[in-house]
Structures are given as structure tokens and as C-alpha cells.
Design a protein around this ligand. Structure first.
Ligand code: HEC
Ligand code: HEC
Length: 308
């Protein structure tokens, strides 16, 4: 307790004491005025008592008023870092109140994971896709980077040949809604409507695959193990459970065995760091975060192994 606080507290007790004294005097005066105690005290005693009662009550009331509006406001103001005058003005409503204490905020970008939901209506849009229209759009916009047949023109761009149509559809929608961001793809996807997205997805999904079975190409045992069996000790499921053709994984799992190594490495690192966060249920973020750098390199090499 600071000295000023001690002084104020003593003052408060004094005021309580005065209040108690004044109460006793008040009761005595009532008794004197009543028929029971008539003519007990001398008029001099009575007037002394009335004066003392009045002075004590004036002291008590002004102390309580000043304490209430002054001291307690000032103390709570000091502890909140505001000067007493400002606090009193605020208490009286002359100045606006203190702003709320800043709360801890999440630094993650506020984007939804994905807005794609596999409703019957969406599956119908995919079923109604027109490959011819898709091809025309691809020739107009996409082939400059992803190639006419989905074999990209440089390691900077992913292959789309033989990619799953639902995966292409989901990724383009995620770029369009901002769930996934990329300097090139965001603008491209925002210029497409839903039917066109389904058309280009169907076109690229129908382009020939070139690397049907990377497992036959002699990758290191540890990597094959990770792909086929995962690592139960670290809670990593096998990649093949979701990423093999017909594996029965989530409908949005992309084909990896047609992809460029650079792209696979980059995406696993983006998932691991959380920069790419459009995977529903965080499936890939949880897995990628547990992989070591050399495992990521090994897995990327495994999946592109047979590509010519
Ligand atoms: C200027 C070059 C460029 C053009 C044009 C372009 N893309 Fe892309 N595309 C990229 C790059 C770069 C990425 C990888 C972005 C990333 O890392 O998020 C990409 C990623 C994608 C992906 C995600 C692939 C995956 O496996 O996740 C799809 C799908 C895609 N593009 C489809 C298209 C379609 C369809 C068009 C035409 C309508 C198109 N792109 C036009 C450069 C381009
Ligand atoms: C539980 C199923 C599941 C497992 C197991 C799984 N994945 Fe995935 N993976 C997915 C899904 C779903 C996506 C698509 C995420 C999205 O919607 O953006 C994906 C996306 C990816 C991508 C990005 C591909 C692209 O074209 O953008 C890579 C790379 C990848 N996974 C690698 C792996 C590797 C390597 C393993 C094994 C260590 C693995 N995944 C295990 C479900 C899985």
C-alpha cells in the first residue's frame, strides 16, 4: 500500500467513526424530544449535541462523496494508467471511457479452408463438363504455362496431364475464393466461371498419363515404406492410401505420380509451414509437418520417378 492509500484509508475509518458518533447523538436527541425522555438534558447540552451531530454528518457526507468520486476513481484510474482528472471526467460522463484492453489476436490469414462441398449439384456440374469447350479455354489461357496436353513448359508450373478432375476443380475453386493463393493462379481462376472450371478439369483429366507406377523404379526402402505403410510410430498414414489411383481416398486427393518433383517438394513445404492451408481437415498439413526435409525430397523424387 502506498502512503497516500494509507492516508485515505485512515480518513475513511475516521469518517465511519464520526458517522457512528453522529448516530449516537441523533438517537439521544430523538429520545430527549420524545415523551419518555422529556426534560432530561439541559437546553445547552441539547444544542451542543445538535451542532456536533450536524458537523459530524457534514464531515461524513462530504468524505463519502469525495472518496466515492475522487479517491476510488483516482485509484482505479492510476492502476489503469489514466490520470485522476481524466478518470473523474470519465466517471461523470464528460469524457469517453477507456478503450478495451487489446486482446491476443490470431495472426493466421482469415481464409476459410475451402468452400468446395461435394454436393450432388457440384457433381452434376462435373458430369456435365464439355471437353471441347475445356480444350478451347486451355488453348486460350492455360497452355502457356501448363502445356496443351498438361505437361507444363517449365519446372515452375505443375503438370496437369491425367490429374484427377475433382482435384483440378477443387484447386481452381480454392484459388478463385482465396482459400489458396498464388500470384499466377488467383487472377486466372477469378476469370473462370464454375462451368468453365469443370470443362478445363475434364479436359486435363483426360490427357494421357505417363508414369503409371513409380514403385517399380527402385526408390530407397525408407521412402517406399512411407508411401506404402506410412510410419505408425509418428502417426503418418501411407501416402498410397489416398494418392494411388482408385485408392478410395478423399475425392479431392490429387494424382502425384504425374507431377513435377519441384512442385511436389514446394507444396509439401507449403503445407508443413501452413502457408498452404486449403486442405480440408488439415489432412496434408498434419502429415507434411511431420516429414523431415530429406523425406520430402525423397517422396517428391519417388513420385516423379518414371516421368520422361
Ligand atoms: C502464368 C502461368 C499460368 C497460367 C496461365 C495458368 N497457370 Fe495454373 N498454375 C500456375 C502455377 C505457377 C501453379 C502453382 C501455384 C501454386 O504453387 O499454388 C499453378 C497451379 C495450378 C493448379 C493446381 C495444381 C495442383 O496440382 O494443385 C491448377 C488446377 C491449375 N493451375 C490450372 C490452371 C488452368 C485450368 C489454367 C487455365 C485456365 C491455368 N492453370 C493457367 C501457373 C499458371
Ligand atoms: C488421408 C489422405 C491423404 C494421405 C494419407 C496423404 N495425402 Fe496428400 N493430399 C490429400 C488430399 C485430400 C490432398 C488435396 C488437398 C487440397 O484439397 O488442397 C492432398 C494433397 C497433396 C499434395 C499437393 C498436390 C497438388 O497437386 O497440389 C501433395 C504433394 C501430397 N498430398 C503429398 C502427400 C504425401 C507425400 C503423402 C504421404 C506422406 C500424402 N500426401 C498423404 C490426402 C492425403
Amino acid at each position: 500500500m502506498r502512503n497516500v492509500d494509507r492516508l485515505c484509508l485512515a480518513h475513511l475509518w475516521l469518517a465511519f467513526g464520526a458517522f457512528a458518533g453522529a448516530a449516537v447523538l441523533g438517537v439521544w436527541q430523538m429520545w430527549v424530544r420524545s415523551p419518555l425522555g422529556a426534560h432530561t438534558g439541559t437546553p445547552g447540552d441539547y444544542y451542543m449535541s445538535v451542532t456536533a451531530h450536524g458537523v459530524a454528518m457534514a464531515y461524513v457526507l462530504s468524505t463519502f462523496f469525495i472518496m466515492g468520486f475522487g479517491y476510488f476513481v483516482a485509484v482505479s484510474a492510476w492502476s489503469a494508467g489514466v490520470d485522476a482528472f481524466t478518470a473523474i471526467c470519465r466517471a461523470l460522463g464528460i469524457l469517453p471511457g477507456s478503450p478495451a484492453i487489446p486482446q491476443i489476436v490470431s495472426r493466421n490469414p482469415p481464409t476459410p479452408v475451402s468452400q468446395v462441398v461435394w454436393t450432388p449439384a457440384v457433381l452434376q456440374v462435373l458430369a456435365d463438363a464439355k471437353v471441347d469447350r475445356g480444350r478451347a479455354k486451355v488453348m486460350e489461357v492455360c497452355s502457356a504455362c501448363h502445356g496443351e496436353q498438361g505437361v507444363s513448359i517449365s519446372p515452375d508450373y505443375p503438370n496437369l496431364a491425367g490429374q484427377s478432375g475433382t482435384a483440378i476443380y477443387k484447386q481452381l475453386n480454392d484459388y478463385r475464393t482465396g482459400s489458396r493463393t498464388n500470384a499466377f493462379m488467383t487472377n486466372v481462376a477469378q476469370a473462370l466461371d464454375e462451368a468453365t472450371i469443370a470443362d478445363v478439369a475434364a479436359y486435363y483429366a483426360g490427357q494421357p498419363m505417363r508414369n503409371p507406377n513409380p514403385a517399380t523404379l527402385g526408390a530407397p526402402d525408407a521412402i517406399v515404406q512411407l508411401v506404402e505403410l506410412g510410419d505408425p510410430k509418428r502417426n503418418i498414414p501411407p501416402c498410397a492410401a489416398c494418392h494411388r489411383h482408385g485408392a478410395g481416398g478423399p475425392i479431392d486427393a490429387p494424382v502425384l505420380s504425374e507431377q513435377r518433383q519441384e512442385y511436389l517438394t514446394a507444396q509439401l513445404k507449403l503445407f508443413a509451414s501452413g502457408q498452404r492451408r486449403n486442405d480440408v481437415y488439415g489432412r496434408m498439413r498434419t502429415i507434411a509437418a511431420k516429414l523431415t526435409d530429406s523425406e520430402i525430397d525423397g517422396l517428391a523424387a519417388y513420385y516423379r520417378a518414371g516421368l520422361r
